[in-house]
Design a protein around this ligand. Structure first.
Ligand code: XMP
Length: 254
């Protein structure tokens, strides 16, 4: 099943559009692993997918403990996303994607700045062959995102001036990406991107809570999935926080 459909099914089945960013911190690797498993056990019923990044992959090892975390996520019927922001030349990008998919990830996040030919084309080829997903960065959630994603560019295809993130939204449609990432911290950008991508390319929004993004504004602007890390991970009761965010996201959508 294509990733876009897989996560849509999960969203319906779990009645949740919350993706947990499992960015656990600890000085001890054993502790990191056990904390990660415990958090996943606590919140899995309230989320529709799991996102990992280098917080866990670097200290725990991709084919070792990360693979075990992915297995647990799959046992809970949660699709898994590797937030690796692939950003190299094509031959290297291909290897990066192959390894993450082989370890059990269902989708990877990639950076469209590197372009198609000898850039992300090999990533999409691998993904399509394995029925896996590719989600593209469009406008990041942090303060300096405008320095790159917000630049005005001369679009080579149309020979008109446009904004970088709008050009990326169009590329996501053209390349048939499984999603685009637009920070919840910029609801007006979510709206602009949603007008281009419609429901063909779902919008993933990180930046809720800890980075200042608001569930209501992001959901109303058109975010399909909300990525949440620290607000859940650092809560006194992560399960009830995850449930609360899920309910709030549902309310705001209706
Ligand atoms: P917090 O703790 O802020 O975690 O809820 C957010 C998670 O999302 C990642 N992140 C991003 N990933 N594009 C991405 O692909 C972005 O613009 C972006 N902003 C935040 C972050 O690494 C963390 O895992």
């Amino acid at each position: 099943m294509p990733f876009k459909i897989e996560i849509e099914c999960s969203q319906k089945q779990k009645d949740s559009n919350i993706i947990l960013a499992l960015d656990v911190a600890s000085n001890s690797r054993a502790n990191l692993f056990s904390k990660s498993l415990k958090l996943l056990e606590q919140v899995h019923v309230y989320i529709c997918a799991l996102k990992l990044n280098h917080h866990l992959v670097l200290p725990l090892g991709l084919f070792d403990r990360v693979r075990q975390i992915l297995k647990l996520a799959h046992r809970y019927e949660l699709p898994t996303i590797m937030d690796c922001k692939i950003n190299d030349i094509g031959s290297t990008n291909r290897i990066i994607a192959e390894n993450y998919y082989k370890a059990g990830f269902d989708a990877v996040i990639a950076n469209p700045f590197v372009g198609w030919k000898e850039g992300l084309q090999p990533v999409f080829e691998v993904a399509r062959a394995l029925q896996k997903g590719v989600i593209l960065l469009c406008y990041m959630s942090h303060e300096a995102a405008w320095e790159g994603y917000g630049q005005t560019i001369q679009d080579a295809k149309t020979d008109t001036r446009t904004l970088q993130y709008l050009a990326f939204a169009r590329k996501a449609l053209e390349w048939k990406a499984d999603g685009v990432v637009v920070g919840a911290t910029y609801p007006e950008k979510i709206e602009e991107v949603a007008r281009i991508t419609t429901d063909k390319v779902p919008i993933y929004s990180p930046g809720i809570g800890a980075q200042g993004g608001d569930i209501q504004s992001a959901a109303r602007a058109g975010a399909h999935y909300l990525i949440v890390g620290r607000t859940i991970l650092n809560a006194q009761n992560p399960a009830s926080m995850a449930r609360q965010i899920r309910e709030e996201a549902k309310l705001r959508k209706s």
